[in-house]
Design a protein around this ligand. Structure first.
Ligand SMILES: Cc1ncc(COP(=O)(O)O)c(C=O)c1O
Length: 466
C-alpha cells in the first residue's frame, strides 16, 4: 500500500464500516466479534486489506468484474477527461463516448446493432424483459409474453430479474415474484443422473437437455412464449458449460416457435471466456438480446448494456403516430458518460494487450492445473469452465457425487485466503448444491499467478479434506 491512509485512519474506517455499512451477501452477526475485510488498494492482480495484507485476487473483484486488473491509469485518465467535459446527460440525448463505445461494441457483435445503456446487470436484463413484454402487446395482443429461464442460472437481484432466477435457494423468502416466468431444466451433464438422464453423455445429453426446453414450450403453448433467457456459461450456479450440441438445438427451437433468444453475458461478456468477445460467439448462435455489465468497464465505472438486433429495434419505431409505440423507458445513470469512456479504454487495452488470446492460453493452463488436483484430492469431482472462468465441484464421494457441505466449501475458500489467495464459491444458490469453487482471475494472469492460485487451492483442500 502507498501509505496515504495511516493505521489510525484505517481503524476509524473499520469502526465506521462496522457501525454503518450493510454488506452484500453477509450474515452480520459474525461482525459483532470480528472485523470486516476492507480492501484498501489494488494493483494488477493483487489487492491489499486494512492490515496491509496482500492477496492475489482470483475472482476479479470477488464477482468476475475487474477483467483488465486494478490500477489502470489510462482508464482513470479517460474517465477523468470525460467527466470534466461532460459527466452526465440523460440518455434521451446522445453523448460522445456513448456513441463511440456503441460503434466499437457493435463492431465486435456481428448481427447485433443497437445499444441501450443502463447501470447494472439486473437492470440490463429488466430492459430486455420489458421489451419482450411490449413486443407481446404490440404484435400478439399480450399473449406471447412468457419468458423462459433455466434452472441454476441467475439474472440479477431485482424482483423482475429474480422472477427469472433459476437459483431456487437464492430466491427463498423474496417472493412472490412476477408472473409469466417459467423455468426449464439445467444442462449440467455431471448432474445428468439427478435429471433421470444418467445414461446419456456428450451430444446425446446436450440434445436431451435442449429438447427439455421444447417440452416446456409445448406444455405452456408456443403462442404464449416470447423469449428464452440463458447464460452462455452459467456462472454463480456452478460454472456450467453447456454440452456439445446444446446451443444448435436451442437456436433451432427458438426459430421454430418464433421465440426471442436473450443471452445474459453479464459474467461471460467482454473476454472472460477467451478467444471471442462474448460467450455465445463460441457456439455460432444468433441472439436477439445480449445483456452485459461487470467486465464492460472492468468495474472502473458502473455501465451495463442491453444490446439488440435491428429486427427487435425496428419493432419500436414501426408506428410513430402511436404514442405507446416506442420503448418508453429510462435509466437515469444510463446517461453517465464515465461508463462508456471507461469501456472504450477497457476494450482498447484488451485488444492492444492481446488479452483474449492470453485468457484462452492461461485458461487452458489453469484448467489443466486444476484437473491435476483430482489426482491428489478425491474430493475434486469435476473441473469445468471456459477461458479464465473455471469451477471445481467438490464431492464427498465420486461414485454417488454426494456434494460436500457448504461449510466445507466455505472452509476451503477461507483456507485459500489464509494462503493469500481470494477465490469464490457458489453460495446459498442451489439447494444442496453449493459445492463449486469459482475461479476467474483477471485476463492479464500469468502462468506464475495461476501456479500460486492453484497451489493455494491444493493446500487448502489438503487442510480441509486431508
Ligand atoms: C449472469 C448474471 N446476470 C446478471 C447479474 C446481475 O448483475 P448486477 O449485480 O450488476 O445487477 C449477475 C450478477 O452476478 C450475473 O452473474
Amino acid at each position: 500500500m502507498d501509505g496515504t491512509l495511516t493505521q489510525n485512519d484505517l481503524s476509524h474506517v473499520v469502526e465506521a464500516d462496522k457501525a454503518h455499512v450493510w454488506h452484500h451477501l453477509l450474515q452480520h452477526k459474525a461482525l459483532e466479534t470480528s472485523d470486516p475485510r476492507i480492501i484498501v488498494e489494488g494493483k494488477g492482480m493483487r489487492v491489499w486489506d486494512q492490515h496491509g495484507r496482500e492477496f492475489i485476487d482470483a475472482v476479479s473483484g470477488a464477482v468476475w468484474t475487474v477483467n483488465v486488473g486494478y490500477g489502470r491509469r489510462s482508464i482513470v485518465d479517460a474517465m477523468s477527461e470525460q467527466l470534466m467535459k461532460l459527466n452526465y446527460f440523460a440518455g434521451s440525448a446522445g453523448s460522445v463516448p456513448g456513441a463511440l463505445f456503441a460503434e466499437k461494441l457493435i463492431d465486435k457483435m456481428p448481427g447485433m446493432s443497437r445499444v441501450y445503456y443502463t447501470n447494472s446487470g439486473s437492470e440490463a436484463n429488466e430492459k430486455a424483459f420489458k421489451m419482450v413484454r411490449q413486443i407481446a402487446h404490440k404484435r400478439y395482443g399480450g399473449r406471447k409474453h412468457k419468458i423462459l429461464f433455466r434452472e441454476r442460472d441467475y439474472h440479477g437481484g431485482t424482483i423482475g430479474a429474480m422472477s427469472a432466477g433459476g437459483q431456487l435457494e437464492r430466491n427463498l423468502q423474496y417472493g412472490p415474484f412476477a408472473p409469466g416466468f417459467v423455468m426449464v431444466p439445467h444442462c449440467l451433464e455431471y448432474r445428468a443422473a439427478d435429471q433421470g438422464w444418467g445414461d446419456l453423455s456428450g451430444e446425446a445429453y446436450g440434445e436431451r437437455a435442449a429438447n427439455a426446453i421444447e417440452e416446456v414450450i409445448l406444455r405452456e403453448g408456443p403462442d404464449t412464449v416470447g423469449a428464452l433467457c440463458l447464460e452462455p456459461v452459467t456462472a454463480g450456479g456452478g460454472v456450467i458449460v453447456p454440452p456439445v450440441g446444446y446451443w444448435q438445438r436451442v437456436q433451432e427451437i427458438c426459430r421454430r416457435y418464433d421465440i426471442l433468444l436473450h443471452i445474459d453475458e453479464v459474467v461471460c461478456g467482454v473476454g472472460r471466456t477467451g478467444t471471442h468477445w462474448f460467450g455465445y460467439q463460441h457456439y455460432g448462435i444468433e441472439p436477439d438480446f445480449v445483456t452485459m455489465a461487470k467486465g464492460v468497464a472492468s468495474g472502473y465505472a458502473a455501465i451495463a448494456c442491453c444490446v439488440t438486433n435491428e429486427r427487435v429495434f425496428d419493432l419500436f419505431k414501426d408506428d410513430p403516430s402511436d404514442p405507446l409505440n416506442h420503448f418508453r423507458d429510462i435509466s437515469t445513470f444510463g446517461g453517465c458518460t464515465a461508463g462508456p469512456a471507461a469501456a472504450l479504454e477497457n476494450m482498447r487495452i484488451i485488444e492492444d494487450e492481446n488479452l483474449l488470446e492470453n485468457c484462452t492460453a492461461m485458461g487452458d493452463y489453469m484448467y489443466e492445473s486444476l484437473g491435476a488436483l483430482a489426482d491428489k484430492h478425491a474430493v475434486v469431482g469435476d473441473v469445468r469452465g471456459k477461458g479464465l472462468f473455471l469451477g471445481v465441484e467438490l464431492v464427498a464421494d465420486r461414485d454417488t457425487k454426494t456434494p460436500v457441505s457448504e461449510a466445507q466449501v466455505g472452509a476451503t475458500v477461507a483456507g485459500c485466503a489464509a494462503e493469500g489467495v481470494i477465490i469464490g464459491a457458489s453460495n446459498r444458490s442451489c439447494p444442496g448444491l453449493n459445492n463449486v469453487l469459482c475461479l476467474a482471475p483477471a485476463l492479464i494472469s500469468t502462468r506464475d499467478d495461476i501456479d500460486q492460485i492453484v497451489d493455494a487451492v491444493d493446500k487448502s483442500l489438503g487442510k480441509v479434506f486431508g
